[in-house]
Design a binder for this molecule. Sequence first.
Ligand SMILES: Cc1ncc(COP(=O)(O)O)c(C=O)c1O
Length: 343
Amino acid sequence: MADNVIDLRSDTVTRPTAGMREAMATAEVGDDVYGEDPTVAALEAEVAALFGHEAALFAPSGSMANQIALQLVVPPGDELLCDADAHVVTYEIGAAAAYGGISSRTWPAVGAEIDPEVVAGMVRPDGYFAVPTRAIAVEQTHNRRGGGVIPLATLRELRRVADDNGLALHCDGARIWHAHVADGVPLAEYGALFDTLSVCLSKGLGAPVGSLVVGSAEKIARARFVRKRMGGGMRQVGVLAAAGRYALAHHVDRLAEDHAKAARLAEAVAPFGVLATAVRTNIVPLDLTKHPLDAKALAAAARAEGVLISVLGPRTARLVTHLDVDDAAVDRAATVLTRVLRG
Ligand SMILES: Cc1ncc(COP(=O)(O)O)c(C=O)c1O
């Protein structure tokens, strides 16, 4: 990617900083399949403690971390409930069904605005005549729905629904760090509400690779087995765990800057009838239903001027701020986007 291109497609496009590369280069390593990588062990212990759980497991990707967790809480043939726009049923290529034999049923896409009573109404009890529900999954923050933050009160209600029905509650916390920074909720307070979480180091935190599954010691022992079965056992992977540890130490609090940049971009496009509704974190969803340009045309015109954005649907686009987009880049992107939108 040319250095003068501003890449707002995703926060996964960041490159490791000099400090992170230094941490990677000097990491102590060992064979992690033998359980001998001290940097991985330190990362796993650190993340488990952050979320107030007993254990955590390093995984190569957010998708694998989610899918390992789902296999822990939903037996083959049984049911998972989630949002229709959830990453686990949109972008994980049918993995829950293909690898876990999991049957997924979705509530209408509402992003972070979940009504726990709607979810409660979907639960199917154990019995021989219907697919039994075993788990509920939520996404914090919500990717396809504009980085929305599920309020703590809603999560507590969902915990109650899960407890009332003997279900597990899973959090796809790829961007839970952003929710923590936006709402000031301690990570351990989120952790206490979930049976399993997957959390990513390679999105807003800027590490090149890596996610963790978080849960009880018993669940994580089982997760280690499932990870190996899925081909996710890794060897001298402390070099990557070191990047993750560096990210946790240096890149969490600064997410507030990415949120402020996203708010500035949202403000810039608002006068053109582009609804960039209630931007809370680092994702700006563009609703182009009332604009003459569709999402593809907007993305092509912006690309021609060196600004990359994502097309999510015919009239939906997305801008994401991150570590590699500084204030000057945000200003230039806002100028380009407003010029294109003005027509
Ligand atoms: C909400 C959410 N969950 C999970 C993932 C999966 O992460 P990975 O791309 O590392 O598989 C992503 C990726 O962007 C995501 O946005």
